[in-house]
Design a binder for this molecule. Structure first.
Ligand code: GLU
Length: 305
């Protein structure tokens, strides 16, 4: 395994030159495009890591599966589905151009911004601080890292400049899909996107999702199996932005990427993978990360299809 990871890392480094770090959140523009790390947890919890596997980065959209999980745990699948649909949109993660006059649940899914922002309202808690604290606790637990915290600079940077997300939240409100104060809802979303993690943390979350919600290291059923299945299914169809179909063909596993450069990939019953490289393709996926996953998929026969 180690040799396969080292080879994948070295042969995919060159793609960083073709990618670009995200700059629409000013703080993310400071990322170093040359950083590249991979962590894989496989049989009997064996961890193998190469490159910058311990460098922290912000989760960004990789937190969306966590928001979905938290909403499922707190309110159940029927309530989640009554607010946010499950179909792939084929559009960018922050798209506005819904074709109908009114915004409806059918237009959104949990892996795009509008869906994730809406789902923040379903997390239990009397205040939005409490809602975020619950989400952070679950993320810490699944990542096996009690020290996970928010990158305050990235959080503030997005809060100051995130007017498109603000518009999406107000659109949800305009169409009666959220009742709460839009700014409070957005605050949870911006904080969630700014949680700092590393490749090992992502691999651990993925390993739990790969094992139907059970933490094989402790034997604890951390999340109900049906919710792990829900999240894995949605990641398969919509986790890699509007490149999810291509990714299904070339890699073939449930995965979620984020504009911070992280990718979390779930190989059902077998592996959890965390990758980090902030050089993104045009759709927002880490370019070296996707290329490395293509190699791993072939060498380790990962595709579920
Ligand atoms: N915080 C980012 C945003 O909402 C997350 C986007 C992403 O990673 O796809 O714009």
């Amino acid at each position: 395994m180690r040799k396969i990871l080292e080879d994948a890392l070295e042969s995919c480094r060159k793609y960083a030159e073709e990618g670009r770090v995200a700059n629409y959140i000013p703080e993310l523009a400071k990322s170093d495009p040359a950083e590249f790390g991979i962590a894989v947890i496989s049989d009997a919890c064996h961890l193998e890591c190469v490159g910058d596997y311990d460098k922290p980065f912000t989760m960004q959209s990789v937190v969306k599966p966590m928001i979905l999980l938290m909403a499922l745990i707190d309110k159940g699948a029927d309530r989640v589905r009554s607010l946010v649909g499950v179909e792939a949109t084929g559009k960018p993660f922050d798209a506005f151009n819904y074709s109908d006059q009114a915004l409806k649940r059918e237009h959104i899914n949990p892996m795009i911004n509008t869906g994730a922002i809406a789902l923040c309202t379903l997390i239990n808690g009397d205040t939005y601080e409490e809602k975020f604290a619950r989400l952070l606790d679950l993320t810490r637990k699944m990542a096996g890292d009690e020290a996970l915290s928010v990158d305050e600079d990235v959080y503030l940077s997005e809060k100051m400049t995130g007017n498109k997300n603000r518009a999406l939240a107000y659109m949800l409100k305009a169409y009666g899909m959220i009742e709460d104060d839009a700014e409070s809802v957005l605050d949870v979303y911006f904080r969630a996107c700014s949680i700092k993690i590393n490749c090992i943390g992502l691999a651990k979350i993925a390993y739990i999702l790969a094992n139907r919600g059970k933490d094989s290291r402790t034997g604890e059923q951390v999340i109900p199996p049906e919710y792990a299945r829900y999240v894995n299914a949605i990641m398969t169809t919509s986790g890699m932005y509007d490149g999810s179909g291509e990714f299904a063909l070339n890699v073939g596993v449930p995965a979620k990427s984020g504009v911070g450069g992280g990718i979390m990939a779930v190989v059902p019953n077998r592996m959890g993978i965390g990758i980090y490289s902030p050089a993104l393709d045009k759709k927002g996926n880490s370019l070296p990360g996707i290329k490395a996953l293509e190699i791993l998929s072939e060498k380790l026969e990962m595709s579920i299809f």
